[in-house]
Each structure stands twice: as C-alpha cells, then as structure tokens.
Design a protein around this ligand. Structure first.
Ligand code: EZ4
Ligand code: CO
Length: 402
C-alpha cells in the first residue's frame, strides 16, 4: 500500500489547527493532527518542506520503519516541532492501518480495557464563589472529575480563568499579551478554594488543579502539603520539569499526587521522573510526543513504576488528537484520566468525529480508524490567523513563566 499523496491543511475555525492527510494508492486516507499552539507554521513547514518529500512512495503499512526513519534520519532528534510533525504522520498511518483492517484503532492496540474514558472538565471563575458555582455546574453535567482554577486577588488575570465559561482559548493575541504574576498571592488563594469546594460538595468528585509551571520545588512542596486535606486527584505542572531531579524535593514533602508532562516531546523528558517514581501521572500526549508509536513506549515504561496516563486535552489539541487519544485511553492498561475541553461548534463541524460525552465519560464508536475526519471545504473557509499564547512578568517587570 503506497503513499501517493500527503498534504498539510491549515485552518482556523475559531483557533488554528494544522492537519496532515495522507492518501494511499488503494484509495484509503488517514488524518493526523500537527497543531503546536502559537508555533503552528513551523510544524506545517517541517512537514511540507522536509518530511512529505521523503514520505511519497513509501509503504503506508510500515509505521515503525517510517517513525524510525524520521526520528533517526533527522540527525537532530526530539524537540516539540519535530516530534509534533512525526506524531501527525504516525497517527495518520495508524488511521490508515486500522481502516485497512476495517477495525476501530483501539482493536489494533490490543482491544478494549474499559467501557468509557473518564474525563475531567475545566471549571473556573473570577473569584472563589464563581468557581464554586461553576464546579456545581460541571457536577450537574455528570462530570466525575473537575479541574478548578480561580482568579487571584490582586492579579488582573490568571491562567485558566476565562470570560467564556464553555470554551477557553489562551492564545489570544496577534502579539503575545503580557500578564502579571505573583507566586505569594497565588499560594494564598488556592487552599481556600479547595477548602470551600470540599465544604460545599463533599468528597465524592475528583478535583484537580493546574499550576502551569510557576513554582519552585519548595513552593510546590508547600502547596502540595497545604492541599492534602482536600484530597486532590492531582496537582498539575507545579514545577517546570527540565530538571527532573528537582521533583525529588517536591515529592518527599507531600502526598498530593503529582502530574506533569504536557510540554514534553519524548520519553527522555520523563525517564527519570517515571523511574524514580517522582510523579503519579504522565501528561505527555500523542500529538506532541511522537504519536501512538512513541506514547506506547512511554505508557509501558510508566506502567512498570505505577505511573498512570493523564493525557493533555486542551482545545489546541484538535479533535483528531482527541479521537486518537480516546482509542489509546480505551486500550492502555495504566489509564488514569483524560483532560477534556470542549471544542467550539465551528471546530466540531470542520472535524466530524465518532466520540461523545456520556455522564462523565467520553465514549468512542466503532468507525474504522480513529474515527475523526476533516471536511476540507469547511476548513478552507477559515484561513490561518496568527495567535500567540500570553507571557508573564513578575510585578517588578522580570520575565517569568506563563
Ligand atoms: O495552557 O494547551 O492543562 N492544560 C493546559 C492548557 C495549556 C494550553 C497551551 O497551548 O495547561 O490550557
Ligand atoms: Co496544564
């Protein structure tokens, strides 16, 4: 089965998405997501100018060989741009292989391990009262697990708090928006939020929180410790993880479960975090981590060390990634949870998909492949619009992490 065509489709139905469509001489095609928020065109060019010329004429069934060809063959390994491009091709090839077998993708991975994929939604508000009310709304919608973020008194804006309650999109500027950050103000506000949430709703639902890479290990230790009475499902991205051994300090001070990894691009970014049992959940996902072929290796390594998966699933990961991730989640033995932010109706129209929300779970259908397509005519109606993620400065003007 020869690859006869591969094209990159860039579309902006409310936000930018980069998609690859690979076609074979047998008329089958596969779809892969290549979206890297705020740096979309770098991946589009990497695919278009460097990978696609090597892809035409290859046997689409040789997924592992093609993965190795592009990973080893670049000489310059890893990194978000390269690994996102490889992931897009990988997912499209798995889609083709499953369609050729006339099976839903999860069957090729090893079959069903669960009936549905537990997801967590994002509740947020400008202050604690508003966030508490939002969490109640998610409970009413049937969610078993909810991430709670709240505005920080004294800061004009906070990560994860949006005007639109249904759709959160942080990439909001033609040039990067500049926000202000104060760790001490933040650390004062978070325990109060979770205390109020547990007082209001009890302990029947899983609660999660994302610190978005803004603390040092000892600050993260303080936060983890102060949240212990509220029994979080996880504390996410408390510390940037370039220094994997830095998590030892954080880990040894708290029993709050730790999740990290949405910005990782390979197993080498988390090898020590996993093998030293410094984390509980690995968040690296298919689109930014080299596709199904590479995520399978990460998941298997994690399983040895009692680490479970918790794939990133923000709106900048297209429905194609969500579909592929749900097939992976349906199979993977050490599944933990899946993040789920709803896409807008415009996005859903461009990417028809065979998954749906059902009482706290996402469920996939039996469509052969990963079950997500792209409507090229609709995609063409939404041209690319440059959009950046915000940046953060401390109150004295120092550049910080967003
Ligand atoms: O800020 O995906 O857990 N989710 C997140 C996301 C990230 C965006 C960045 O593109 O941290 O909201
Ligand atoms: Co996050």
């Amino acid at each position: 089965m020869k690859i006869i065509d591969a094209k990159v489709i860039v579309t902006c139905p409310g936000r930018n998405f980069v998609t690859i469509k690979i076609t074979t001489d047998q008329g089958l095609y596969g779809i892969g997501d290549a979206t890297l928020n705020g740096r979309e065109l770098a991946v589009a060019s990497y695919l278009q100018d460097h990978l696609i010329p090597c892809l035409i004429g290859r046997d689409a069934s040789r997924i592992e060989d093609i993965w190795q060809f592009f990973y080893r063959g670049a000489y310059w390994r890893r990194g978000p741009v390269g690994m996102t491009a490889i992931a897009a091709i990988d997912v499209a090839l798995w889609d083709i292989k499953a369609k050729a077998a006339n099976m839903p993708l999860y069957q090729l991975l090893g079959g069903r391990s669960r009936d549905g994929v537990m997801v967590y939604g994002h509740a947020n508000g400008r202050d604690i009262a508003e966030t508490v009310a939002e969490v109640g709304r998610y409970i009413d919608m049937g969610y078993k697990a909810i991430r709670a973020q709240t505005g920080v008194p004294g800061l004009a804006s906070t990560y994860g708090v949006s005007g639109d309650k249904m759709y959160y999109e942080p990439a909001d500027g033609n040039l990067p928006t500049e926000n202000l950050w104060s760790t001490s103000k933040y650390l004062n506000s978070v325990p109060k939020l979770f205390e109020t949430l547990r007082d209001t709703y009890g302990f029947d639902h899983h609660l999660l929180h994302d610190t978005h890479h803004r603390l040092t290990p000892i600050e993260a230790a303080q936060l983890g410790k102060s949240l212990e009475p509220y029994k979080l499902f996880w504390l996410e991205d408390a510390v940037p993880a370039e220094l994997q051994e830095g998590f030892r300090l954080f880990r040894q001070h708290t029993t709050t479960p730790i999740a990290v990894g949405e910005v990782f691009s390979s197993i080498h970014d988390c090898q020590q975090l996993i093998s030293e049992q410094l984390i509980d959940y690995i968040r690296t996902t298919i689109v930014h981590g080299g596709g199904i072929t590479h995520l399978r290796r990460i998941a298997h390594l994690a399983e040895l060390y009692h680490v479970r998966t918790g794939f990133h699933g923000a709106t900048d990961l297209s429905p194609v990634t969500m579909g592929a991730a749900l097939h992976f989640d349906t199979w993977v033995p050490n599944f933990g949870i899946q993040e789920y932010m709803r896409h807008t109706p415009e996005t859903d129209e461009v990417f028809p998909h065979d998954y749906h929300f059902d009482n706290g779970y996402l469920k996939i259908g039996e469509t052969p492949g990963h079950g997500v397509d792209i409507d090229e005519a609709k995609a063409a109606k939404y041209p690319y619009q440059r959009a950046y993620l915000p940046v953060n400065r401390l109150e004295d003007g120092t550049m910080f992490n967003w």
